[in-house]
Design a protein around this ligand. Structure first.
Ligand code: PLP
Length: 455
């Protein structure tokens, strides 16, 4: 949790998945979200936090949500449901994991009288959710990189209007992948990493995957688990959300299959069609949080495809970075295709999906959710199995696309109503790692002299 990324550049995974028996899953039925959360995450947490502490952190994390049950499941029709994951402070599903991760980090660092520095890259939603999760904490400073001009105005303002002294927003001249490379380069410089106790809270931090596993259990329980299977459709970018679903399945949850939905940036969809992963240019779309070519969590699934052989996977990833291509064998591809379907939707399709869901069910979707909704319809394997579409953002977070589709501008919830009047603070930087390191060094040197205890 503290390290985020492993020192050798790899990703952390549990040595084995905790397995829930049918009876243990049945025992979660009807329990409140907080209780399901405690029981599903406890095996990963072990004795890092005692029971009372961990329950208190969960309660505090989800007290910031504006609905008591955290992730309401809304039926569209008998067998098609929306799982609303956008009721947290920044209106995207990232809050579900980050609100908890922020508290877990703060608690751990306080106990150790330590300070950590978060360096992260965001295509939009991670940034605000991470900032909101750690703002005003004395144990943490956060440097968040976003691609200048490539996040929506709501997304940008949700980051840059947080004026807490431990929050540092950086607009980079480049794409999201450039931002991610800059952040990675900071971590790969071990001197720099140790000097500032760098930590990552982007979706490669396993604690985020852990917290996301919960709502797959929560939704499936409401639809008949453990006796009946459920399918999930997940708007995907970095593959962190749908990977958490895969983890839930490994833990014993009966999931018939997952539908991976991408926008025009369809590297994942092409992989599942062909078994070959080939990076291409990032194209800006109406669903910017999915404007990603190289999905950082996909490596976790590839680990299974390479027979859980870390060495073989590391070699394959090195070759992928050098050549831009990675190919898996037919057997491995066949195995994952049993569990995953994948499809894409372009911008016109996205607007059409928002309009048609509104017309048909009276529900206004954000553009990311709309991609999931439309691709889900093309991949109903068995019509009697309920399909849950993960609603990953509130429509008011992407008002331009929604207005284009429906003719109406969605309104922000009351807690963000004055967002456009708030003052912004942001630094601009070229796509240059030396400039970034200098800025972090400077800020952290200033921090030493700030009249506050470094805890
Ligand atoms: C981050 C995000 C996604 C993509 O999730 P991944 O875990 O990166 O696959 C989809 N929709 C929204 C609204 C997001 O913020």
């Amino acid at each position: 949790m503290l390290a985020g990324l492993a020192r050798d550049g790899g990703l952390y995974l549990p040595a084995e998945w905790p397995l829930f028996s049918k009876a243990e899953i049945a025992a979660l039925k009807g329990k409140p979200y907080r209780e399901v959360a405690y029981r599903v995450m406890q095996p990963f947490v072990g004795n890092t936090f005692d029971e009372m502490t961990f329950r208190r952190l969960i309660a505090e994390a989800y007290a910031s949500f504006d609905v008591a049950d955290v992730a309401p499941l809304k039926p569209l029709d008998d067998n098609l449901h929306l799982l609303e994951l956008f009721h947290g402070p920044t209106l995207a599903f990232k809050d579900v994991a980050l609100q908890l991760l922020g508290l877990m980090l703060d608690r751990t660092l306080s106990q150790r009288h330590a300070h950590a520095t978060i360096v992260g890259a965001t295509s939009g939603d991670t940034g605000s959710a991470a900032i909101e999760a750690v703002r005003d904490r004395r144990t943490i400073d956060i440097f968040m990189l976003h691609p200048r001009g490539r996040v929506s105005e709501v997304q940008r303002r949700q980051m840059t209007t947080v004026l807490a002294p431990n929050v540092h927003n950086i607009a980079v001249q480049g794409t999201f992948d450039d931002c991610q490379d800059l952040a990675k380069a900071c971590f790969n410089d071990l001197d720099f990493r140790d000097r500032h106790a760098l930590t990552a809270v982007n979706s490669i931090n396993f604690a985020r995957v852990m917290a996301q596993i919960v709502y797959y259990f929560w939704a499936a329980l409401k639809l008949g688990a453990p006796d009946k299977p459920v399918a999930f459709a997940v708007p995907s970018g970095n593959f962190g959300n749908v990977y958490a679903g895969y983890a839930a399945k490994q833990m014993g949850l009966p999931v018939s299959h997952f539908v991976i939905a991408t926008n025009t940036n369809d590297i994942l969809a092409r992989f599942f069609e062909t078994g070959t992963m080939t990076a291409s240019e990032v194209v800006p779309t109406y669903s910017p949080s999915m404007d990603i070519q190289i999905s950082s969590n996909f490596e976790r699934l590839l680990f299974d495809l390479y027979g859980r052989d870390g060495r073989a996977l590391a070699d394959a990833m090195t070759a992928f970075r050098a050549t831009g291509t990675l190919k898996v064998g037919a057997n491995a591809l066949g195995n994952v295709r049993e569990v995953f379907d994948a499809g894409r939707l372009d911008d016109d399709g996205t607007l059409a999906a928002i309009a048609s869901c509104r017309k048909r069910y009276g529900e206004t979707l954000d553009p990311h959710t709309a991609v999931g909704y439309a691709v889900a319809q093309q991949h109903r394997r068995d019509p009697s199995v309920p399909m849950v579409v993960l609603a990953t953002a509130h429509p008011a977070k992407f008002p331009d696309a929604v207005q284009k589709a429906t003719g109406e501008r969605p309104v922000l919830p009351p807690r963000l109503a004055d967002l456009y009047q708030r003052t912004e603070r942001v630094d601009g930087l070229p796509n240059d790692v030396a400039a970034l390191k200098e800025l972090i060094d400077d800020r952290m040197a200033a921090l030493e002299s700030r009249p506050r205890v470094r805890t």
